[in-house]
Design a protein around this ligand. Sequence first.
Ligand code: GLN
Ligand code: ZN
Length: 758
Amino acid sequence: MLKHNLGYPRIGIRRELKKACEAYWSNKIDSNALFEVGKKIRMENWKTQENADLDLIPCNDFSFYDHVLDMSLLLGVISESYLSIPIIHNNIDLYFSMARGFQKNEWDIKAMEMTKWFNTNYHYIVPEFDKNQKFSIFSNKIFDELEESKKILKSYKKIKPVFIGPISYLFLGKEKEKSFNRMDLVENIIPIYIKIIKKLKNEGVNWIQLDEPILVLDMSEKEKEVFKYAYDEISKFCSGINIMLTSYFDGISENISLFQNISVKALHIDLVEDSDQLEKILSFFSRESKMILSLGLIDGRNIWKNNYLNSIQKIEKAIEFIGEDRIMIAPNCSLLHVPIDLEYEHSIHIDIKNRMSFAKQKIYELNDLEKIVKGNKSILSINSSVFCDHKIKERVKNITITDKDVQRDNHFYIRQKKQKEKFHLPLFPTTTIGSFPQTKEIRNLRNKFRKKELSQEEYDNKIKNFIVDVIKKQEEIDLDVLVHGEFERTDMVEYFSEKLKGILSTDNGWVQSYGSRCVKPPVIYGDVDRLDNMTVEWICFAQSQTKKLMKGMLTGPVTILQWSFVRNDQPISHTAYQIAWSIRKEVLSLEKSGIQIIQIDEPALREGLPLKKKNWKSYFDWSIKAFRISSSGVKDETQIHTHMCYSEFNDIFEYIADMDADVITMETSRSKMELLKAFSVFSYPNEIGPGVYDIHSPRIPTIKEIFYLIEKASKKLPIKNIWVNPDCGLKTRKWKEVLISLHNMTKAAKMARLKLKK
Ligand code: GLN
Ligand code: ZN
C-alpha cells in the first residue's frame, strides 16, 4: 500500500511566491531572484513530503502563476499576439504576459481569460485553440523541475511528475473561432503527450500522474470517445512507465466503463466528495481490471482532521476486494486548496485546533493510516477521541424552521404594488451594487484601526466622513437608491465572519485564488449565531444623511458558506440555515430601524453548484431555502434585493426566481446582455437590474451604449420591472472613472424614461 500526494501548496508559508512575483512585476527584483524563490519553495515542499515518508512525491506541481497556463506553455499553445511582442526575450515574461496582459510603450495586449477551476475558488487561465492548432514541446519546466528534484530527493524513484491529461486540458480550453470542436484536436495533441511521457521515461521516471478531472463530469459521448482514443494510444506507445490517472472533486461511477480496456497502471478516485462510488469501482476492479486503485481519503479542500475510523473502513474494504498490493492512499485532490501548516496558527483555541489539519498535517495523516493498517490501534483511538468530543456534540443544536419562515407574507404581485406606492421611484430606477472605490486612504485607515493605532471613536468618525462624502456624490449623480459604500469592510465575507459567533479567522491560513492573489477563508467551526447588530449603525447613520432611500447591505448565507472552510460534522444545509437565521436577525433589525430596502448579496450561489446535474436539485433545495430564511421575515413594504455575479445564469434561472427577491441585480454587461436570452424561454417574474456598466474594466461606458442596453432589456422584460445599475461593486475601480460612468448611467436612464415609456 503506497502513500502518495497529488500536489502541494506552492505559495510558500509566508506567501513568498506572491511577494516575489509582485516584486518582479514592478521591476524590484530580477528573474534570477524570482527563480531562487521558486526553487526554495519547491525544495521545502519536497523535503516536507520526504520527511513524512511518502512513497510518491509530486513534481511539476509548482507554478509561478497557474498550472493550466504551465500546460499551455509545455504544449506550445501560445497565441501569436504574445509571441510577436519583440521586446519580450524570455519564457517567464512571455508567460506573465499571457497571464496578466502586456502594456509597455506602444504595446497593449490583453490578458488571457481566467475562469474557475471546477467548483473551487481557484481560477485558471483558459487555453485558446485555433482550428489547426499545432502542438509541440515549448517549455522545459517539467524536465527542469524533474532534474532539480533528483538532486534534492534521496530516491529518484519517489518522484512523480504531475500534469494535466490531454482530455481535461482540451476540455478546459476554448475555441478561438466557432467553426470547430476542440475535442477534435485530440489527434494532434496525443503525439506530443506521448513524446513528453517518453522523454520523462528516458529521464528515469517511474511514475507519472495525469490529472483527468473531466472524469467526474457528465461527459458527452464525444468526450468519452476521445478519452478512449487518447488512452489507447498512450498505453500503446508508452510502455515501461507507470501512468496514474487522477479524478477529483466528485465520483466517476458513471464513467468507469471507460477503463474497460485501458491499460494505465493506476486510477485515483475521490472518496471525500463521493464515498458511495467505492463499492462500484471495487467490483469493477475485481472483475475487469488489473489496475491499482488510489483511494483519495484525506480532504484536500477542507481543514479538518481526517476521521481515521472512516478511512480505515474504506481501506479494509478495498483490501478485501483487490488486495493490499493494488491499493494506494492519498488526499482526494491536490492540497493547493488548503493552507500550508497549522503550526503557524497561534490564536485558535486548542480544542478547535485539535480538530484541524493543514497540508503538512494531512501528509502525516497518510502515515498514521498506514500504521493503523499495520496494527497500531492506539493512533486510531486517539484520533477517535477527537470526533467523540462531548463538548462538540453538545454544541450541535437544531434550529427548527417552519414553512412560514421561508415565505414572504404575500405574493410578489402584492408586494410590488405596495412598494411602488410607498417609494415613488421613477421608471428605470438607478442604484449601485454596494461598494465604492476603496482608496489607499481607506485601506490605511482600516489597517491603523486593526493595529490599534486609532481609537474606536476616531475610526468611526473617519468612516462616517467617507459615508457622508459618498452620499453627497451619489446625490450629485442623482442616483435613486443610495448605498453607504462599504468602507468599513475589507472583504464582504470576512466582515461578517468576524462578527458572527461560531466562525474564526486564521492568522496565516492563506490559499491561492489566482496568480499572486491569495485568500484567507474564515473557518466555520461551531454553531453560528448573531450576537449583536453587524451593520445597523452604519446603515442608519447613512440614512440619516439623506432624504433618498438608503439600501442596507448584507452578505448572504450561501456566499458566507461558499467562501469559508465549513465544519463537516453536520450536514451543510444545517450550517447554512444557522447562518441564514443570523442574517435574518440583522435584516429584521435593519427594518425595525427604518431601513426600507435591504440587499442580501449572493455572488457565490452559482459557483457552489455541484458538478453533476443530478445533484443540482438537492443543492438548490438547501441553498435557496437558506436565502429565503434570511430574506422572508420582513413586511411586504420592505424591498429585498439580491445581487449575483460571475455570469452563466441562463441554465439556473428558474431556481433564481425561486429566491423570490423583490429585485435582483446581476452581471451581464461583459456578455452584452447574453443573460437576456434566458428570458425568451423563461419569464422572470420579479424586478431585475441587468448590469449596464462593466465594472471589470477601466473603460467608461457612453450614454448611448448604456441607453442601448436598457433598450435591449426593455424588449425582453416588462418596463416596470427594470432597474439600471452597474454589474458589480465599484470597489476595485478609480473614482475618476466611476463618477463619469455613473453620470452617464443616470443620464441614460433619464433618456430611457422619456423615450421608452409606453
Ligand atoms: N455588495 C458587494 C460590493 O458591491 C457585492 C460584491 C460582489 O458581488 N462580489 O462590493
Ligand atoms: Zn458582483
